[in-house]
Structures are given as structure tokens and as C-alpha cells.
Design a protein around this ligand. Sequence first.
Ligand code: SF4
Length: 350
Amino acid sequence: MTQAQANTKPLTQFQSKSLANNFSASNTIGKQGAWSHSAVATLFNLPLNQLIWQAQKTHRAYFPDGDIELATLVSIKTGGCPEDCGYCPQAARYQTGVEATKLMTLEAVLAAAQAAKAAGSNRFCMGAAWREPKDRDIEKVVAMIRGVKALGLETCATLGMLEPEQAKALSEAGLDFYNHNLDTSEDFYSEVIQTRVYQDRLDTIDHVRAAGMSVCCGGIVGMGESREQRVAFLTRLANLSPYPESVPINHLVPVAGTPLEAQVALDPLEFVRTIAVARITMPSARVRLSAGRQELGRAVQAMCFMAGANSIFYGEQLLTTSNPEAEYDRALLADLGLQVKESYKAEVVI
Ligand code: SF4
């Protein structure tokens, strides 16, 4: 039985503000369900303190207090992508100064994984700037997955759209997670990307589930979408059946040369709200602070952890946008009294 088949129970919903107010996180453990747009909008509209309180209750019902997952993302093939994602400096059509590289060698990937492990990462994510991998690419990535798994790290890959057989090959190699973001709401998607459609994303996620892998799926906020569109985006994510095990929420980093280079920054408190709603609607997911974390600063990151974020991209590489360095992250986590995920604690000095 696939994971998708095993988790299809109806979800608990917040149908009204009063229900949301009375929410007890423990009553949804192990359940999945259908969130209505209005229920998610109700959460977004709660007074901030109340929203964070709800998110904290949910968080503590599902995870040990203060437990943080550290993930390292390495770009195994950078730039030269034929797609037109409006936020992405790796798209070949934009003049961003990102130079296209060839696929990293197996040896180089394993050296990076070893370094990530030594620095305390729990999960090693490999990203390639492809629209979709060719079968010969899959063979090379399979060898990388086997090598990284042998080091004792969780593995994740983000390689673009997958065919069912490709997903199966990655799963058989031991890939734990596949990342494929919905990016935003369906009705805003074409404002940002024209070279593929929303259904393409959903199809790949289905293939990943059918192959038995866990799903890492989130998006980017602050691309000019409305609050309603953020509500629609999270509603869609929460209604995936099952919802993703990992939910990376990126804060747009406008990159010179991309269509979104002049995008006005989202209010940081709206970002915090987004994190809190993700936590409540997908209670057992790892909600990850991803790109744009550096720009948020320490105080907003701390609020995000209060709102239920419990995973960060860690270290110096985050595809092509800068990420706070490992020492800075360790200092922040230590100041907040947060600790890395228990199973890897022994290997990490904070
Ligand atoms: S986000 Fe991915 S698919 Fe889109 S342009 Fe960048 S590398 Fe290509």
C-alpha cells in the first residue's frame, strides 16, 4: 500500500471562528481532511496573538518542544534552465549573472554531503535546474542518492517534473523525499510561470506519492499575490491527500534580472501569519523556513519559530540565494533555546 493510500481519512476543519478558537490540536492527530477556503481565511484573519497561540498548541501536540530540523541544500546542477519562473535566477532567459554548470560529479556530491553531516545537517537535499530530468540524469542521481544514504543522512531531491518510472527509480534508490513546490495559488500561477501549468505540478506530486516517497512541497510568498491567494495556496497544500510531510515556505528574494526584481517586500507579520496557518492546517508537517530567511532578521525568524516553523535550510548554500551562515544559525538557535532534531543531536555542537 502506498503512503497516499494509507492516509485518506477525513480532516478536521475549522468551519467558524469559534471553532477555531476552541481548537484542540490533539483532536486531529493522525487525521487528514478537507479544509475549506473560508476556514483557512478565518485563521489568517485571527488576531495575531490568537493565531500564534493556536499554532503553538498544534505544534506542541505533534513535535517535541524546541526541536528543529536542519537541512542542507546543494545545487548539483546550476542555471541554464529552460523554464521561465519569474522569481528564479537560474532561468536561462534572465540576465542574472548565474552561470550554468554541469551536473556535479558523484565524488563532489558525496564530499558536500559529508561536510553537511559534519556541520550537523539531518537532511541532504540535491537540487538540479532542470525542467525535467532525462533518464540518463536519473541514473547519475540514483548513484548520488545511494552514496548519501550510506553516510546516514536523509535524502531529498528536486529535479523538476518526473515521469512515473523516474519517480520509481529514485524511490528504489532510497530517496526519502522529493521536493516539488506548488509555488503559489492556482489562479496566480500563470502570473509567475508560463512554461508549465499547475496540473503539471500536481501530476508530479502524484507520481512521487505513487512511488512511495514522502513529499516536500511548499511555495514562495511575497510575489505580489493577494492575501486571498495565499489562503488558496495553503488550502490547496493542506488538502493534498495526504498533505506534504515537509512544507518549505520561501520569502521572495527579488533577484536583479528576474521579472520580480522590483517586487515590494511582503510585510514580515504576514509572513509569520503564513507560517502559523501552515502549522495549523498541516500539523504533522515539518514547516521549513527557506529562501529569504536572511532578509527577515533574527526577530522575525524567532516569531516564525513561535508560529510553528521547525525546520530550516542551514549552512551556506541555498541554490543561488544567500543563506545565513552556519555559525549565525547556531547562535540564533542557541539564543532561542532551540535544539536540532533529537536523532542527530549527538553529532551537533550548538
Ligand atoms: S525554479 Fe526550477 S524550473 Fe523554475 S526556472 Fe528555476 S530552476 Fe528552472
